[in-house]
Design a protein around this ligand. Structure first.
Ligand SMILES: [Zn+2]
Length: 309
């Protein structure tokens, strides 16, 4: 339970950040309108995307050959950041992230965010701005403000350019937010959904989106959701990866970020069955360790890096 004064302070902090987000959003729209058209992917460009082994949590790192980088979620803890996430970027000689994206402010996604912000410089921080009293989230917003990082409120339709050849489309959330059964804003169903595009290679990151969010997204996107690689929603929970959603995505590869012997029973066996029925090859971080997808803009290859000791 968060104490009331902490919650109040956090609410004010979120309000302040929200105002900043709105201003930055307008600035970004102006920039987006003035960008030149996108040409074909030239040979020699490479995109590397790693679903990092951070146990029962999520952290997906994307790095381009020309030195651009994005991190989507930051695991559960400071250790996930210092032992897994930051070393990955160092090994790719990345010392600055173009984008740090938080899908939603749950501990298994935001826990390592403060340590990431302390460990590497960040140009733009992206967040759906959902109500939360999570301490790591409060710390994240404070660091974004104090380090003068550009905040951007995630909104369906925005596009994040990652160098000349890769872009991350924000497909979700959309306002008004989806409410849960108690009439409160649902964290999971309003999380940031990213579609990474590198030429013909497409990779979908739905965060912890569940059935209602999936249905709303399918209703709006129709054909556009198709992606060869799917980072499976909500760690393979029973309440994600509906048949409707999978029939729209048609994944060839499904990567599940999940902790060994986790208390949630993720991934659920029914979900694994649905993924197989959709024709996807399944990889799991608890079995395969970090899973790395490398794209040349036409084809992709997949490598696993073994479990963390
Ligand atoms: Zn999660």
């Amino acid at each position: 339970m968060a104490c009331p004064s902490y919650s109040r302070g956090l609410t004010e902090l979120v309000r302040g950040i929200l105002r900043l987000f709105t201003i930055q959003l307008l600035a970004l729209l102006v920039i987006a309108c003035s960008l030149p058209g996108r040409g074909a992917v030239s040979s020699g460009t490479t995109l590397t995307v790693a679903v990092l082994d951070v146990g029962q949590a999520l952290a997906v790192a994307a790095v381009t050959a020309d030195g651009h980088a994005l991190l989507y979620d930051a695991g559960n803890s400071r250790e996930d950041a210092t032992q897994v996430i930051l070393p990955f970027f160092r090994s790719h000689r990345i010392d600055r992230l173009d984008y740090l994206v938080l899908s939603h402010p749950d501990q298994d996604h935001v826990g390592g965010m403060p340590a990431v912000l302390e460990g590497i410089s960040v140009s733009t921080y992206v967040d759906p701005v959902l109500p939360s009293t999570n301490r790591a989230y409060g710390e994240t917003l404070r660091l974004v403000r104090d380090l003068r990082i550009r905040p951007l409120r995630a909104e369906r339709g925005l596009v994040l350019e990652l160098g000349a050849h890769v872009r991350a489309k924000i497909l979700w959330p959309e306002r008004p937010f989806i409410l849960n059964a108690d009439g409160e804003v649902s964290d999971n169903d309003n999380c940031v959904v990213l579609l990474l595009e590198h030429g013909a290679v497409r990779m979908l990151l739905p965060g912890d989106l569940e059935t209602r969010g999936e249905a709303a997204l399918v209703a709006r996107e129709a054909e556009q959701l198709r992606a060869a690689i799917l980072v499976v929603g909500h760690h393979g929970s029973r309440t994600s990866s509906s048949e409707l959603f999978l029939s729209a995505v048609q994944p060839e590869v499904a990567i599940i970020s999940v902790g060994k012997n986790n208390a949630y029973g993720h991934p659920h066996e029914a979900t694994v069955r649905r993924l197989r029925a959709a024709g996807a090859r399944i990889y799991r971080t608890d079995v395969h360790g970090t899973v790395v997808v490398t794209s040349d803009g036409e084809r992709y290859t997949l490598n696993t890096q073994g479990e963390r000791s």
